[in-house]
Design a protein around this ligand. Structure first.
Ligand code: KE4
Length: 429
Protein backbone atom coordinates (compact mmCIF):
# COMPACT_ATOMS: atom_id res chain seq x y z
CA UNK A 1 0.00 0.00 0.00
CA UNK A 2 1.19 3.53 -0.74
CA UNK A 3 1.48 5.97 2.15
CA UNK A 4 -1.49 7.85 0.65
CA UNK A 5 -3.59 4.69 0.91
CA UNK A 6 -2.39 4.03 4.48
CA UNK A 7 -3.23 7.60 5.53
CA UNK A 8 -6.59 7.57 3.74
CA UNK A 9 -7.61 4.34 5.49
CA UNK A 10 -6.50 5.78 8.84
CA UNK A 11 -8.20 9.16 8.21
CA UNK A 12 -11.57 7.52 7.51
CA UNK A 13 -11.66 6.08 11.01
CA UNK A 14 -11.97 9.49 12.68
CA UNK A 15 -12.86 11.97 9.90
CA UNK A 16 -16.08 11.54 7.84
CA UNK A 17 -14.95 10.40 4.40
CA UNK A 18 -11.35 10.91 5.53
CA UNK A 19 -11.36 14.58 4.53
CA UNK A 20 -12.26 17.94 6.01
CA UNK A 21 -13.77 19.19 2.78
CA UNK A 22 -15.68 16.81 0.45
CA UNK A 23 -14.12 17.75 -2.88
CA UNK A 24 -10.73 16.50 -1.59
CA UNK A 25 -12.06 12.93 -1.36
CA UNK A 26 -11.67 12.09 -5.09
CA UNK A 27 -15.27 10.79 -5.04
CA UNK A 28 -16.01 11.97 -8.60
CA UNK A 29 -12.69 10.90 -10.15
CA UNK A 30 -12.24 7.77 -8.05
CA UNK A 31 -9.02 6.49 -6.52
CA UNK A 32 -7.06 7.54 -3.44
CA UNK A 33 -6.65 11.20 -2.53
CA UNK A 34 -3.06 12.38 -2.31
CA UNK A 35 -2.06 13.51 1.18
CA UNK A 36 0.29 16.46 0.76
CA UNK A 37 3.14 16.96 3.16
CA UNK A 38 4.81 20.05 1.75
CA UNK A 39 4.64 22.55 -1.08
CA UNK A 40 6.92 25.13 -2.64
CA UNK A 41 6.39 27.37 -5.66
CA UNK A 42 4.43 25.39 -8.30
CA UNK A 43 5.08 22.02 -6.64
CA UNK A 44 3.54 19.81 -3.98
CA UNK A 45 4.87 16.56 -2.52
CA UNK A 46 2.57 13.74 -1.37
CA UNK A 47 2.98 11.24 1.45
CA UNK A 48 5.00 8.99 -0.86
CA UNK A 49 7.31 11.92 -1.54
CA UNK A 50 6.12 12.09 -5.15
CA UNK A 51 6.33 15.59 -6.61
CA UNK A 52 3.50 17.09 -8.62
CA UNK A 53 3.08 20.29 -10.61
CA UNK A 54 0.12 21.76 -8.72
CA UNK A 55 -2.83 23.46 -10.45
CA UNK A 56 -5.13 23.51 -7.40
CA UNK A 57 -3.04 26.00 -5.45
CA UNK A 58 -5.22 25.50 -2.37
CA UNK A 59 -8.23 26.31 -4.64
CA UNK A 60 -6.84 29.73 -5.54
CA UNK A 61 -4.81 31.29 -2.68
CA UNK A 62 -1.37 30.18 -3.90
CA UNK A 63 -1.17 32.75 -6.70
CA UNK A 64 2.40 33.68 -5.66
CA UNK A 65 3.35 30.01 -5.59
CA UNK A 66 3.32 27.89 -2.45
CA UNK A 67 5.29 28.99 0.64
CA UNK A 68 6.44 32.36 -0.69
CA UNK A 69 9.34 33.32 1.61
CA UNK A 70 8.02 36.82 2.32
CA UNK A 71 4.59 35.46 3.30
CA UNK A 72 6.14 32.78 5.52
CA UNK A 73 8.31 35.42 7.20
CA UNK A 74 5.31 37.69 7.79
CA UNK A 75 3.40 34.82 9.42
CA UNK A 76 6.40 33.92 11.62
CA UNK A 77 6.88 37.55 12.63
CA UNK A 78 3.20 37.96 13.51
CA UNK A 79 3.02 34.65 15.37
CA UNK A 80 5.80 35.49 17.82
CA UNK A 81 3.75 38.52 18.92
CA UNK A 82 0.76 36.35 19.80
CA UNK A 83 -1.70 34.30 17.74
CA UNK A 84 -5.00 35.98 18.54
CA UNK A 85 -6.21 38.74 20.86
CA UNK A 86 -9.97 39.08 20.41
CA UNK A 87 -9.33 42.81 20.27
CA UNK A 88 -8.78 45.23 17.39
CA UNK A 89 -5.30 45.54 15.86
CA UNK A 90 -3.67 48.06 13.54
CA UNK A 91 -3.02 45.33 10.97
CA UNK A 92 -6.78 44.95 10.43
CA UNK A 93 -7.02 48.67 9.61
CA UNK A 94 -4.16 48.28 7.14
CA UNK A 95 -5.92 45.31 5.53
CA UNK A 96 -9.23 47.19 5.29
CA UNK A 97 -7.54 50.28 3.83
CA UNK A 98 -5.70 48.07 1.31
CA UNK A 99 -8.89 46.28 0.18
CA UNK A 100 -10.82 49.56 -0.13
CA UNK A 101 -7.98 51.08 -2.14
CA UNK A 102 -7.67 48.06 -4.46
CA UNK A 103 -11.43 47.64 -5.03
CA UNK A 104 -13.09 51.06 -5.71
CA UNK A 105 -16.57 49.56 -5.09
CA UNK A 106 -15.52 48.77 -1.51
CA UNK A 107 -16.17 51.80 0.71
CA UNK A 108 -16.15 49.75 3.93
CA UNK A 109 -15.24 46.11 4.61
CA UNK A 110 -15.61 43.57 7.42
CA UNK A 111 -13.11 40.71 7.76
CA UNK A 112 -14.23 37.15 8.53
CA UNK A 113 -12.51 33.74 8.44
CA UNK A 114 -13.83 32.07 5.29
CA UNK A 115 -15.65 32.63 2.03
CA UNK A 116 -18.73 30.96 3.49
CA UNK A 117 -18.81 33.45 6.35
CA UNK A 118 -18.41 36.28 3.87
CA UNK A 119 -21.32 35.25 1.64
CA UNK A 120 -23.56 34.20 4.56
CA UNK A 121 -23.02 37.62 6.16
CA UNK A 122 -23.50 39.52 2.90
CA UNK A 123 -26.84 37.76 2.33
CA UNK A 124 -28.03 38.57 5.85
CA UNK A 125 -26.88 42.18 5.37
CA UNK A 126 -28.75 42.49 2.07
CA UNK A 127 -31.91 41.13 3.72
CA UNK A 128 -31.50 43.50 6.67
CA UNK A 129 -30.81 46.50 4.45
CA UNK A 130 -33.79 45.90 2.13
CA UNK A 131 -36.21 44.31 4.59
CA UNK A 132 -36.85 41.67 1.93
CA UNK A 133 -36.37 37.86 2.10
CA UNK A 134 -35.95 36.51 -1.42
CA UNK A 135 -32.44 35.89 -2.72
CA UNK A 136 -31.44 34.96 -6.27
CA UNK A 137 -28.53 32.65 -7.17
CA UNK A 138 -27.56 30.72 -10.28
CA UNK A 139 -27.44 26.97 -10.82
CA UNK A 140 -23.89 25.67 -10.66
CA UNK A 141 -22.62 28.63 -8.68
CA UNK A 142 -21.23 27.80 -5.25
CA UNK A 143 -21.05 30.42 -2.54
CA UNK A 144 -20.00 28.28 0.43
CA UNK A 145 -22.14 26.09 2.63
CA UNK A 146 -24.59 28.48 4.32
CA UNK A 147 -28.07 26.91 4.33
CA UNK A 148 -29.82 29.34 2.00
CA UNK A 149 -27.07 28.95 -0.60
CA UNK A 150 -26.95 25.14 -0.76
CA UNK A 151 -29.71 25.11 -3.36
CA UNK A 152 -28.67 23.80 -6.79
CA UNK A 153 -25.10 24.78 -5.91
CA UNK A 154 -21.81 23.94 -7.57
CA UNK A 155 -18.40 22.60 -6.51
CA UNK A 156 -18.58 19.51 -4.32
CA UNK A 157 -22.41 19.41 -4.49
CA UNK A 158 -22.26 19.05 -8.27
CA UNK A 159 -19.43 16.56 -7.98
CA UNK A 160 -21.62 14.36 -5.84
CA UNK A 161 -24.74 15.03 -7.94
CA UNK A 162 -26.69 16.41 -5.00
CA UNK A 163 -27.00 20.08 -5.94
CA UNK A 164 -29.25 20.72 -2.98
CA UNK A 165 -27.94 19.55 0.39
CA UNK A 166 -29.85 17.39 2.85
CA UNK A 167 -30.49 19.15 6.14
CA UNK A 168 -31.65 22.41 4.59
CA UNK A 169 -35.32 22.85 5.62
CA UNK A 170 -37.66 23.52 2.70
CA UNK A 171 -38.64 26.64 4.63
CA UNK A 172 -35.12 28.05 4.17
CA UNK A 173 -34.76 26.98 0.53
CA UNK A 174 -38.08 28.56 -0.49
CA UNK A 175 -36.59 32.04 -0.14
CA UNK A 176 -33.86 31.12 -2.63
CA UNK A 177 -34.71 31.43 -6.33
CA UNK A 178 -32.29 29.67 -8.69
CA UNK A 179 -31.92 30.79 -12.31
CA UNK A 180 -29.68 29.60 -15.13
CA UNK A 181 -26.28 31.26 -15.48
CA UNK A 182 -25.85 33.43 -18.60
CA UNK A 183 -29.62 33.57 -19.19
CA UNK A 184 -30.43 37.29 -18.54
CA UNK A 185 -33.96 36.87 -19.83
CA UNK A 186 -34.75 34.68 -16.81
CA UNK A 187 -33.66 37.44 -14.44
CA UNK A 188 -35.73 39.98 -16.42
CA UNK A 189 -38.82 37.79 -16.07
CA UNK A 190 -38.27 37.16 -12.35
CA UNK A 191 -37.80 40.83 -11.49
CA UNK A 192 -40.84 41.79 -13.57
CA UNK A 193 -42.88 39.42 -11.44
CA UNK A 194 -41.41 39.92 -7.95
CA UNK A 195 -38.74 42.62 -8.13
CA UNK A 196 -40.00 44.38 -5.01
CA UNK A 197 -39.50 41.20 -2.93
CA UNK A 198 -35.90 40.51 -3.94
CA UNK A 199 -33.25 41.34 -1.32
CA UNK A 200 -30.25 40.47 -3.46
CA UNK A 201 -28.75 38.69 -6.41
CA UNK A 202 -25.55 36.79 -5.60
CA UNK A 203 -23.44 35.65 -8.53
CA UNK A 204 -19.99 34.33 -9.27
CA UNK A 205 -19.26 37.05 -11.87
CA UNK A 206 -16.95 34.54 -13.51
CA UNK A 207 -18.07 31.07 -12.44
CA UNK A 208 -15.44 28.64 -11.16
CA UNK A 209 -17.53 26.03 -9.32
CA UNK A 210 -19.09 24.34 -12.31
CA UNK A 211 -15.67 24.46 -13.96
CA UNK A 212 -14.65 27.84 -15.46
CA UNK A 213 -17.71 29.42 -17.10
CA UNK A 214 -17.37 33.00 -18.31
CA UNK A 215 -20.35 35.40 -18.22
CA UNK A 216 -21.66 37.31 -21.19
CA UNK A 217 -21.38 41.07 -20.64
CA UNK A 218 -25.14 41.26 -21.24
CA UNK A 219 -25.73 38.83 -18.36
CA UNK A 220 -23.77 40.89 -15.82
CA UNK A 221 -25.11 44.21 -17.15
CA UNK A 222 -28.69 42.94 -16.88
CA UNK A 223 -28.17 41.90 -13.25
CA UNK A 224 -26.67 45.31 -12.46
CA UNK A 225 -29.52 47.17 -14.16
CA UNK A 226 -32.29 45.08 -12.59
CA UNK A 227 -30.88 45.41 -9.07
CA UNK A 228 -30.53 49.17 -9.50
CA UNK A 229 -34.06 49.57 -10.83
CA UNK A 230 -35.70 47.40 -8.15
CA UNK A 231 -33.59 48.37 -5.12
CA UNK A 232 -32.06 44.90 -4.75
CA UNK A 233 -28.43 44.43 -3.66
CA UNK A 234 -26.04 43.07 -6.31
CA UNK A 235 -23.44 40.84 -4.64
CA UNK A 236 -20.39 39.77 -6.65
CA UNK A 237 -19.01 36.68 -4.99
CA UNK A 238 -15.33 37.15 -5.81
CA UNK A 239 -14.03 34.70 -3.22
CA UNK A 240 -12.36 32.80 -6.07
CA UNK A 241 -11.94 35.54 -8.71
CA UNK A 242 -10.85 38.36 -6.42
CA UNK A 243 -7.22 39.29 -7.30
CA UNK A 244 -7.14 36.07 -9.37
CA UNK A 245 -8.54 37.24 -12.72
CA UNK A 246 -7.03 40.71 -12.44
CA UNK A 247 -5.95 43.45 -10.01
CA UNK A 248 -9.58 44.43 -9.38
CA UNK A 249 -11.23 41.04 -9.84
CA UNK A 250 -14.02 40.55 -12.35
CA UNK A 251 -15.55 43.93 -11.50
CA UNK A 252 -12.37 45.50 -12.87
CA UNK A 253 -12.31 43.32 -16.00
CA UNK A 254 -15.97 43.93 -16.92
CA UNK A 255 -16.18 47.42 -15.36
CA UNK A 256 -19.43 46.61 -13.51
CA UNK A 257 -19.77 47.89 -9.95
CA UNK A 258 -21.52 45.57 -7.46
CA UNK A 259 -23.15 46.88 -4.28
CA UNK A 260 -21.31 44.30 -2.15
CA UNK A 261 -18.33 42.05 -2.89
CA UNK A 262 -17.34 38.92 -1.01
CA UNK A 263 -13.69 37.87 -0.89
CA UNK A 264 -11.58 35.00 0.43
CA UNK A 265 -8.73 32.70 -0.66
CA UNK A 266 -6.04 35.04 -2.09
CA UNK A 267 -6.71 37.81 0.50
CA UNK A 268 -5.54 35.36 3.16
CA UNK A 269 -2.55 34.13 1.15
CA UNK A 270 -3.44 30.58 2.25
CA UNK A 271 -4.49 31.51 5.78
CA UNK A 272 -8.17 31.76 6.89
CA UNK A 273 -9.37 35.20 5.79
CA UNK A 274 -12.65 36.18 4.14
CA UNK A 275 -14.27 39.58 3.74
CA UNK A 276 -17.46 41.29 2.65
CA UNK A 277 -17.77 44.96 1.84
CA UNK A 278 -19.12 47.62 -0.49
CA UNK A 279 -21.47 50.58 -0.28
CA UNK A 280 -21.12 52.53 2.96
CA UNK A 281 -24.90 52.91 3.39
CA UNK A 282 -25.33 49.14 3.27
CA UNK A 283 -22.34 48.40 5.54
CA UNK A 284 -23.80 50.88 8.06
CA UNK A 285 -26.43 48.23 8.84
CA UNK A 286 -23.89 45.79 10.29
CA UNK A 287 -23.43 45.52 14.07
CA UNK A 288 -22.26 47.35 16.09
CA UNK A 289 -23.37 50.23 13.80
CA UNK A 290 -26.70 48.76 12.75
CA UNK A 291 -29.24 46.00 13.45
CA UNK A 292 -27.75 43.18 11.32
CA UNK A 293 -25.69 41.01 13.63
CA UNK A 294 -22.42 39.40 12.51
CA UNK A 295 -19.37 38.41 14.57
CA UNK A 296 -16.31 36.13 14.73
CA UNK A 297 -13.74 35.17 17.37
CA UNK A 298 -10.95 34.94 14.83
CA UNK A 299 -12.17 37.61 12.41
CA UNK A 300 -9.17 39.75 11.44
CA UNK A 301 -6.80 37.30 13.09
CA UNK A 302 -3.36 38.98 13.21
CA UNK A 303 -1.39 36.02 11.84
CA UNK A 304 -3.83 35.42 8.97
CA UNK A 305 -4.01 39.15 8.20
CA UNK A 306 -0.20 39.33 8.06
CA UNK A 307 -0.23 36.62 5.37
CA UNK A 308 -3.01 38.42 3.50
CA UNK A 309 -1.44 41.89 3.57
CA UNK A 310 1.93 40.55 2.44
CA UNK A 311 0.30 38.61 -0.40
CA UNK A 312 -1.81 41.55 -1.60
CA UNK A 313 1.21 43.86 -1.55
CA UNK A 314 3.28 41.39 -3.60
CA UNK A 315 0.48 41.27 -6.20
CA UNK A 316 0.91 45.01 -6.78
CA UNK A 317 4.34 44.43 -8.39
CA UNK A 318 4.27 46.07 -11.87
CA UNK A 319 3.63 43.44 -14.53
CA UNK A 320 2.37 40.78 -12.07
CA UNK A 321 -0.96 40.19 -13.76
CA UNK A 322 0.53 40.40 -17.22
CA UNK A 323 2.94 37.63 -16.23
CA UNK A 324 0.17 35.56 -14.56
CA UNK A 325 -2.02 35.90 -17.65
CA UNK A 326 0.86 35.05 -19.96
CA UNK A 327 1.74 31.86 -18.13
CA UNK A 328 -1.91 30.77 -17.95
CA UNK A 329 -2.39 31.47 -21.65
CA UNK A 330 0.76 29.45 -22.43
CA UNK A 331 -0.77 26.51 -20.57
CA UNK A 332 -4.19 26.81 -22.22
CA UNK A 333 -2.86 27.43 -25.74
CA UNK A 334 -0.43 24.54 -25.28
CA UNK A 335 -3.14 22.14 -24.09
CA UNK A 336 -5.38 23.09 -27.01
CA UNK A 337 -2.45 22.55 -29.37
CA UNK A 338 -1.55 19.12 -27.99
CA UNK A 339 -5.21 18.00 -28.01
CA UNK A 340 -5.67 19.15 -31.61
CA UNK A 341 -2.43 17.41 -32.63
CA UNK A 342 -3.79 14.19 -31.13
CA UNK A 343 -7.34 14.53 -32.46
CA UNK A 344 -8.85 14.78 -28.99
CA UNK A 345 -12.29 16.41 -28.51
CA UNK A 346 -11.02 18.80 -25.88
CA UNK A 347 -10.72 22.52 -25.20
CA UNK A 348 -9.24 24.73 -22.53
CA UNK A 349 -10.04 28.34 -21.67
CA UNK A 350 -8.79 30.91 -19.18
CA UNK A 351 -9.20 34.35 -17.69
CA UNK A 352 -6.29 35.87 -15.77
CA UNK A 353 -4.73 33.16 -13.61
CA UNK A 354 -7.75 30.82 -13.73
CA UNK A 355 -8.43 28.14 -16.33
CA UNK A 356 -10.80 25.33 -17.26
CA UNK A 357 -10.34 22.14 -19.26
CA UNK A 358 -13.31 20.46 -20.95
CA UNK A 359 -13.79 17.31 -22.98
CA UNK A 360 -16.14 19.05 -25.39
CA UNK A 361 -15.90 21.00 -28.66
CA UNK A 362 -16.32 24.42 -27.08
CA UNK A 363 -15.97 26.04 -23.65
CA UNK A 364 -19.29 25.93 -21.71
CA UNK A 365 -21.64 28.90 -21.30
CA UNK A 366 -23.98 27.13 -18.86
CA UNK A 367 -24.00 24.24 -16.39
CA UNK A 368 -25.90 22.18 -18.97
CA UNK A 369 -22.92 22.53 -21.31
CA UNK A 370 -20.57 21.21 -18.62
CA UNK A 371 -22.96 18.32 -17.93
CA UNK A 372 -22.89 17.50 -21.65
CA UNK A 373 -19.09 17.27 -21.71
CA UNK A 374 -17.38 13.85 -21.54
CA UNK A 375 -16.81 13.79 -17.77
CA UNK A 376 -15.82 10.11 -17.76
CA UNK A 377 -13.01 10.99 -20.18
CA UNK A 378 -12.01 13.91 -17.94
CA UNK A 379 -11.71 11.46 -15.02
CA UNK A 380 -9.39 9.23 -17.05
CA UNK A 381 -7.34 12.26 -18.12
CA UNK A 382 -7.18 13.44 -14.50
CA UNK A 383 -5.62 10.16 -13.36
CA UNK A 384 -3.27 9.95 -16.34
CA UNK A 385 -2.04 13.46 -15.50
CA UNK A 386 -1.71 12.55 -11.81
CA UNK A 387 0.37 9.51 -12.76
CA UNK A 388 2.51 11.82 -14.89
CA UNK A 389 3.05 14.17 -11.93
CA UNK A 390 0.47 16.89 -12.63
CA UNK A 391 -2.15 17.67 -9.99
CA UNK A 392 -5.39 18.98 -11.54
CA UNK A 393 -8.59 19.69 -9.59
CA UNK A 394 -10.23 16.27 -8.89
CA UNK A 395 -13.55 17.10 -10.57
CA UNK A 396 -14.87 18.11 -14.01
CA UNK A 397 -16.81 20.78 -12.12
CA UNK A 398 -13.80 22.69 -10.80
CA UNK A 399 -11.48 25.31 -12.27
CA UNK A 400 -7.68 25.27 -12.21
CA UNK A 401 -5.23 27.86 -10.88
CA UNK A 402 -1.82 29.02 -12.08
CA UNK A 403 0.81 30.91 -10.07
CA UNK A 404 3.64 33.18 -11.20
CA UNK A 405 6.03 30.37 -10.25
CA UNK A 406 4.58 28.23 -13.09
CA UNK A 407 7.44 29.19 -15.40
CA UNK A 408 7.71 28.31 -19.10
CA UNK A 409 9.72 25.24 -18.09
CA UNK A 410 6.97 24.11 -15.67
CA UNK A 411 4.22 24.75 -18.24
CA UNK A 412 6.16 22.88 -20.92
CA UNK A 413 6.62 19.92 -18.56
CA UNK A 414 2.84 20.00 -18.03
CA UNK A 415 2.28 19.89 -21.78
CA UNK A 416 4.61 16.90 -22.10
CA UNK A 417 2.57 15.18 -19.39
CA UNK A 418 -0.65 16.07 -21.24
CA UNK A 419 0.68 14.54 -24.47
CA UNK A 420 1.45 11.37 -22.49
CA UNK A 421 -1.98 11.45 -20.80
CA UNK A 422 -3.95 11.89 -24.02
CA UNK A 423 -1.99 9.01 -25.53
CA UNK A 424 -2.73 6.87 -22.47
CA UNK A 425 -6.49 7.48 -22.54
CA UNK A 426 -6.62 6.96 -26.31
CA UNK A 427 -4.87 3.61 -26.03
CA UNK A 428 -7.19 2.63 -23.17
CA UNK A 429 -10.41 3.58 -24.96
P1 KE4 B 1 -14.83 28.81 1.80
O1 KE4 B 1 -15.88 28.80 2.89
O2 KE4 B 1 -14.53 27.40 1.28
O3 KE4 B 1 -13.56 29.58 2.22
O4 KE4 B 1 -15.38 29.64 0.55
C1 KE4 B 1 -16.61 29.25 -0.02
C2 KE4 B 1 -16.67 29.80 -1.42
C3 KE4 B 1 -17.46 30.92 -1.68
N1 KE4 B 1 -17.55 31.46 -2.91
C4 KE4 B 1 -16.86 30.92 -3.95
C5 KE4 B 1 -16.98 31.55 -5.29
C6 KE4 B 1 -16.02 29.79 -3.75
O5 KE4 B 1 -15.34 29.28 -4.80
C7 KE4 B 1 -15.93 29.21 -2.48
C8 KE4 B 1 -15.09 27.97 -2.21
N2 KE4 B 1 -14.54 27.32 -3.35
C9 KE4 B 1 -14.27 25.90 -3.26
C10 KE4 B 1 -13.58 25.48 -4.56
N3 KE4 B 1 -14.50 25.10 -5.54
C11 KE4 B 1 -13.47 25.55 -2.04
C12 KE4 B 1 -12.91 24.14 -2.03
C13 KE4 B 1 -13.60 23.28 -1.01
O6 KE4 B 1 -14.84 23.38 -0.84
O7 KE4 B 1 -12.86 22.47 -0.39
Amino acid sequence: MSQNEVLFARAQKTIPGGVNSPVRAFRSVGGTPRFFKRASGPHVWDADDKRYIDYIGSWGPAVLGHAHPDVIAAVQQAAVNGLSFGAPTEAEIEMAELLCRLLPSMEQVRLVSSGTEATMSAIRLARGFTGRSTIVKFEGCYHGHADSLLVKAGSGLLTFGNPTSAGVPADFARHTVVLDYNRPEQAEALFAEQGDQIACVIVEPVAGNMNLVKPSLAFLKTLRDLCTRHGAVLIFDEVMTGFRVGPQGVQGVYNIKPDLTTLGKIIGGGMPVGAFGGRRDIMACIAPLGPVYQAGTLSGNPVAVAAGITTLKLLQRPGFYEQLGRQTARLVDGLNGVAAEMGETFCADSIGGMFGVYFSEHPPATLADVNDSDRARFNRFFHAMLDAGVDLAPSAFEAGFVSVTHTDEVIDATLDAARQAFRQIQVAS
